[in-house]
Design a binder for this molecule. Structure first.
Ligand SMILES: Cc1cc2nc3c(=O)[nH]c(=O)nc-3n(C[C@H](O)[C@H](O)[C@H](O)COP(=O)(O)OP(=O)(O)OC[C@H]3O[C@@H](n4cnc5c(N)ncnc54)[C@H](O)[C@@H]3O)c2cc1C
Length: 459
């Protein structure tokens, strides 16, 4: 864009201060998110760092008046290319919106601006004796606005729900450039359509979230983790269904298949039985008495079929091990293609078997782990990034994974969203009329199609 981009930056500098308008040459971090390994690169003409909701509104008004795309950006930890300006235009980075507007522990709530990191939200809650339950993986770097925009989940979403469950209200800038408040502090509110819910998980395609009102919970008195080792995938999946049916309410019910277990075994803070071919990582929490009673219940339920059940002393260490799977698995061949697909829980065993066959059919090493209680799987094939055949085979395997998931009534994404990489795939999952409504909602919020164009496209 050259000269035109210079002119654009000069104009935006006049509007919001030249020091808050950056160039984004090729290779700039602002042209990538965590999908970088899959070759998603943006070409932003400018990166703008507004300092308030009003400045975001001024920016959106300018973009709307000049037909320039605007791409909201949080911490850039998304893995689908959502925060990347694939069609040029302005990246609107929320990193300067970092005020904590209110913390009210006695009312179990807080209000923070969109650029506050997930970790800081969790810390603020903890320092006040409370808990912000969502625990997505990249919490140091991700922002609460990005978490809301992707409706991020985590292992403990099984009991506590994803980010959206804790959003009481939102402040957002919507086209053509107005600050609106959606929802509030009322604990029940059925007046009107739930516009707030439309913004949650909208991936920057309906508006720019500038502040969030969050509900909090009293922190549980005790949490206990269990590792349950089983012989086979089928036994492991049956055990997860037994846990769900038992009436126990684990806060997390994660699994690792045999291939993943072998790759991450070295870091496990304990010893993995030789005949284990599948494992469950279960968390229970509540008052001390509740947590212990649940542990006993689960041990009794699972002991007959398990190879071993361990309760590691260092629960934190166990979860840090779990949080590290991603880089360890990636390092085995240098890269991987991993999709966060979801199977209905009763089809998880069939789904995992199908994923393994897909990997093998494409000549790649498959593995899977994830949030089994919700059927949410990191469906993975390992690839050598320097081997073109493997890279192509990885993408072809992903196609087959999506087809499998849809054939079993699942979803193409349970956490990471659609973004750029999965654009158009919703059409395989929803009815034609529902797709039309999806598009009409986009049009109602963004008639010029300038908010994060090309992302979360239904078809
Ligand atoms: C190591 C690792 C672990 C991860 N673990 C998890 C996990 O456990 N669960 C999970 O759900 N995800 C996970 N993710 C994915 C990612 O961290 C989440 O999607 C996170 O919520 C993105 O937040 P962000 O601030 O980085 O958003 P970005 O990546 O900057 O943006 C993501 C999307 O949200 C939009 N957006 C961002 N901020 C705003 C805003 N203020 N207003 C409007 N739109 C906005 C962007 O346009 C983009 O479409 C993981 C990623 C990594 C790299």
């Amino acid at each position: 864009m050259g000269g035109t981009a210079d002119a654009l930056r000069a104009e935006l500098g006049g509007l919001l201060g030249a020091e808050h308008v950056l160039d984004a040459p090729p290779g700039s971090l602002y042209n990538f998110d965590a999908s970088r390994r899959r070759a998603v690169e943006g070409r932003a003409d400018a990166v703008v760092l507004p300092g308030s909701a009003e400045e975001v509104a001024a920016l959106l008004r300018w973009c709307y008046a000049h037909d320039v795309p605007i791409v909201p950006r949080g911490g850039g930890t998304g893995v689908t290319g959502g925060a990347v300006a694939t069609q040029g235009g302005v990246v609107c980075s929320l990193e300067r919106l970092r005020a904590v507007r209110a913390v009210q522990p006695e009312l179990w709530r807080m209000e923070v601006e969109a650029g506050v990191s997930t970790r800081d939200v969790q810390r603020l809650a903890r320092e006040n004796g409370l808990m912000f339950a969502p625990d997505p993986g990249a919490s140091e770097q991700s922002q609460i606005g990005g978490n809301v925009a992707t409706n991020a989940g985590g292992p403990h979403a099984l009991k506590y729900g994803a980010t959206g469950s804790w959003v009481m209200g939102l402040e957002a800038v919507i086209a053509p450039g107005e600050v609106v408040t959606l929802g509030g502090w009322a604990r029940k509110d059925v007046a009107g359509y739930d516009l707030k819910a439309l913004l949650i998980g909208s991936e920057g395609t309906l508006g720019v979230i500038t502040a969030v009102r969050l509900g909090l919970l009293p922190a549980p008195e005790e949490a206990i983790a269990l590792m349950v080792f089983l012989r086979t995938r089928d036994e492991g999946c049956a055990a997860m269904l037994d846990v769900l049916a038992s009436g126990a309410r684990p806060s997390a019910l994660d699994f690792l298949d045999g291939a993943t277990l072998a790759m991450v075994a070295d870091g496990y803070p304990g010893s993995i039985p030789a005949d284990a071919g599948f494992a469950l990582l279960i968390d229970v929490d509540g008052t001390r008495a509740e947590a212990r009673a649940q542990r006993e219940e689960l041990v009794q339920l699972l002991s007959p079929g398990a190879v071993a059940i361990e309760q590691p002393d260092d629960r934190g260490g166990l979860w840090r091990w779990r949080d590290g799977f991603n880089p360890v698995v990636t390092a085995v061949r240098g890269a991987k293609v991993s999709e966060d697909v979801v199977f209905p829980p009763e089809h998880l065993a069939e789904g995992l078997a199908g994923l393994e066959r897909i990997g093998e059919r494409h000549g790649l090493r498959p593995c899977a782990w994830g949030h089994g209680g919700e059927g949410n799987v990191h469906a993975t094939v390992l690839v050598d990034p320097t081997n073109e055949r493997e890279v192509d085979a990885g993408e072809a395997a992903a196609e087959d994974m999506f087809a499998l998931v849809l054939s079993l009534g699942g979803s193409i994404t349970g956490e990471h969203g659609v973004g750029w990489l999965k654009r158009g795939r919703l059409a395989g999952q929803w009815d034609a009329r529902a797709i039309e409504l999806h598009e009409q909602i986009k049009h109602a919020f963004d008639p010029k199609g300038l908010l994060n164009p090309g992302k979360k496209l239904a078809r």
